[in-house]
Design a protein around this ligand. Structure first.
Ligand SMILES: [Zn+2]
Length: 212
């Protein structure tokens, strides 16, 4: 079973990737995992990626695809895989399909749909203690005393990356990049959309049904 999970940041697909992997008895991987792994093993692709990352540039698609393909072709992934958040651009999707050619294409692409206001509530609610770094969430795990850490009474603050403006920008970049990918898999007939705003248990149930 060859599966792709797609969904915006905050849609919960990362959480569900390991669940999917466990019920289909294959391994899951995200592009972040692959970067970390290639950097730590100091592979040729890892060193190439690092030259871009060190300059604050995006890693080119062919480097990312190289990492994904060498992972897919490893003996332990022969029976299938779950890709978490890859491909993200149309070019990546086309190259992936080309390179998978010989072993057959993707079976299912599962798209986690979550309305934007809910994503913003999830992503822009993160706050941290300035002193001990304990994380809180304004809605889901607020501190007892507003603005202060339960552990050390330190001041709570929000990282720039978690501000609403930055979150909105990230979501709009995501939508722009992935719309053509979603369209492609829709046309190929293997896109399954699920409601990612439901509870974890309900999402797990939808995933089980999606696999039937
Ligand atoms: Zn603290």
């Amino acid at each position: 079973m060859k599966i792709i999970l797609m969904g915006p940041p905050g849609s919960g697909k990362g959480t569900q990737a390991s669940f999917m992997a466990s019920i289909t008895e294959v391994n899951s991987v995200s592009s972040g995992d692959l970067f970390r792994d290639n950097l730590s093993r100091d592979t040729e692709l890892g060193r190439m990626a690092k030259t871009y990352m060190d300059r604050g540039k995006y890693v080119p698609d062919d480097v990312t695809i190289g990492m994904v393909m060498s992972w897919i072709e490893a003996p332990e992934n022969k029976k299938g895989f779950v890709l978490d958040g890859f491909p993200r651009t149309l070019l990546q999707a086309e190259s992936l399909d080309d390179r998978l050619g010989a072993i057959g294409g993707i079976d299912k692409v599962i798209l986690f749909n979550v309305p934007e206001p809910e994503l913003i509530k999830r992503l822009a609610g993160r706050i941290l203690c300035r002193k001990c770094q304990t994380p809180y969430h304004k809605v889901f795990s607020p501190p007892i005393k507003q603005g202060f850490c339960d552990m050390c009474d330190g001041e709570l603050f929000q990282r720039q990356d978690d501000s609403e403006a930055v979150v909105r920008e990230r979501l709009s970049v995501y939508t722009e990049e992935t719309s053509p990918v979603i369209q492609r898999y829709k046309e190929l007939g293997n896109l399954i959309e699920i409601d990612g705003s439901l509870s974890i248990e309900e999402v797990e149930q939808s995933l089980r049904e999606a696999l039937e």
